[in-house]
Design a protein around this ligand. Structure first.
Ligand code: DX5
Ligand code: ZN
Length: 219
């Protein structure tokens, strides 16, 4: 399967949001990764519904929404109405994860679960077959521009084994600190989707940075 590059809008220039969305539309990127932070689950607040509404008006690619919020069940229908294709909740924020996943699917979206760096893959054993995507956080969630945690490679291999063992059909997404230095090794370990924020948007030529990531990951 073709490997997926998902630029993280968190690192875009919000004063030129439409321009940056059009850049992603025209590029070789596959998805838009959208980080929603509530200042409670993570120590930062990003943006909310009005901004997602604007992104959805211009974006022509899959909307991959990463919720870093407590009690995400409150907003599942809202995110579906805002055009979300894949909705990812945090394992650490869901007391009744199975119910949350079923609710996301019932609202017509694909369902993902994100794991913080300290959360072991094994906690997903009894839910993996229900998941369309698992997002392994390779930084502590809350901010863009942090450095990649090396322990991630091991977790990707463990998750890949769990997916194969369970006959699940789950995409492995890696989020945080992705660059051209770790992309290839992550794909070799079993990753399907790479999220890249700062590395894309803070580069001199984001379009060619995306193209290069796409090349590295689809050799
Ligand atoms: C971190 C977010 C990431 C972030 C990645 O909490 O979930 O998606 O935007 O940004 P970079 O690629 O700059 O680490
Ligand atoms: Zn994210």
């Amino acid at each position: 399967m073709e490997k997926i590059i998902a630029p993280s809008v968190l690192a875009a220039d919000f004063g030129n949001l439409q321009r940056d969305i059009e850049m992603v539309n025209q590029s070789k990127a596959d998805w838009f990764h959208i980080d929603i932070m509530d200042g409670v689950f993570v120590p930062n607040i990003s943006f909310g519904m009005p901004v997602l509404h604007t992104i959805n008006q211009h974006a022509k690619k899959t909307l991959d929404v990463h919720l870093m919020i407590v009690d995400p069940d409150r907003y599942i229908q809202t995110f579906a109405d805002l055009g979300t294709d894949i909705l990812t909740v945090h394992y650490e924020a869901c007391t009744h994860l199975h119910r949350s996943i079923q609710a996301i699917k019932a609202a017509g979206m694909k369902a993902g679960v994100a794991l913080n760096p300290h959360t072991p893959i094994a906690v997903l054993e009894d839910i993996i077959v229900d998941l369309d995507l698992v997002c392994i956080m390779s930084v502590n969630p809350g901010f863009g521009g942090q450095s990649f945690i090396e322990n991630t490679y091991k977790k990707v291999v463990q998750l890949k084994n769990l997916i194969n063992f369970s006959n699940a059909n789950t995409l492995i997404e890696i989020d945080g600190g992705i660059t051209d230095k770790n992309a290839e090794k992550l794909i070799e370990a079993g990753a399907d989707v790479l999220v890249a924020g700062s590395f894309v948007f803070k580069s001199e030529n984001p379009t060619s940075t995306i193209e290069n990531l796409k090349k590295i990951t689809n050799k």
